[in-house]
Design a protein around this ligand. Structure first.
Ligand code: APR
Length: 245
């Protein structure tokens, strides 16, 4: 592993257009469980709470699950060493963009500036009727489903539900960044969910070196990964950051 870390540190130092592709695993050390795996969120909450049709038909039921997971739980999570190292890489000019599947806003809170949010962000709610935007602190989440002050219509978290399209700008910019990348860090993701999971593959197709950081093997490990660094994202990224600086 040690020689791999040295090699990876060298590749990152010499990269010209590196990107990071992150999933729920990068936020596990901030106290946010992953979606899949033994105590994953989908083992405690039925994914139907994030199904768009179900939400429209059962807004209160859906909101009860959404509030308990994405607002009560995520609420107090802080960014961890892994988020911070990626922000440092960007500041050093080593990282061009983070493409994240996460909606927890932790990359931005760690200081990353160029973050493409493939699945939106939980820090925004939107009125389905008039399109007015809210931040969670402006909304009383003790009365569910929350309603718009303008037209009393139901507010929806501005993150992507199953059955909903990917935000067009985030999708386009993520693809562009992947096609230009010479290195892609794939951090804490099973690679289960499309179309997000195509981003590392798109980078590989265009000649990028794939460096994967995960506690377990993923859909990428045997197929496109060039360097598989097994372990916790914050520990591995902080070691690499040390070697680089
Ligand atoms: N460090 C690195 N990787 C970790 C850590 C850690 N400390 N802890 C867990 N992991 C890895 C797991 O091994 C797994 O591969 O993180 C990954 C989490 O996988 P998922 O829960 O499937 O999360 P993700 O791949 O981001 O899911 C993609 O699915 O439900 C949708 O919209 C949701 O964005 C999410 C998408």
């Amino acid at each position: 592993m040690k020689e791999d870390l040295q090699k990876v540190a060298e590749i990152i130092s010499n990269s010209k257009s590196m990107i990071a592709f992150t999933g729920a695993g990068i936020s596990v050390e901030s106290g946010i469980p992953p979606f899949r795996g033994p105590d994953g969120l989908w083992s405690r909450c039925d994914p139907k709470c994030l199904d768009l049709d179900y939400f429209h038909l059962n807004p209160k039921d859906s909101w009860l699950a959404i509030k308990s997971i994405f607002y009560d739980f995520f609420g107090e999570a802080k960014y961890n060493g892994a988020h911070k190292v990626l922000a440092n890489f960007e500041e050093k000019g080593l990282l061009k963009a983070v493409v994240t599947q996460n909606i927890d806003n932790l990359h931005q809170e760690a200081g990353s500036k160029t973050v493409y949010e493939f699945h939106g962000n939980s820090q925004k709610l939107v009125c389905l009727q008039c399109g007015k935007n809210y931040v969670p602190s402006e909304v009383n989440l003790d009365e569910l489903p929350p309603k718009c002050v303008n037209d009393k219509k139901i507010l929806k978290p501005d993150f992507v539900f199953f059955g909903e399209g990917i935000p067009e700008t985030a999708y386009r910019k993520s693809l562009q960044a992947a096609r230009n990348a010479d290195v892609v860090l794939v951090i804490g993701t099973t690679g289960e969910v499309m179309p997000a999971a195509t981003i590392p593959t798109e980078a590989k197709r265009n000649g990028a070196v794939v460096i994967e950081i995960n506690t377990e093997e993923s859909n990428y490990t045997e197929s496109i990964t060039d360097f598989f660094l097994q372990g916790k994202a914050s520990e591995i990224l902080m070691e690499i950051d040390e070697l680089i600086s």
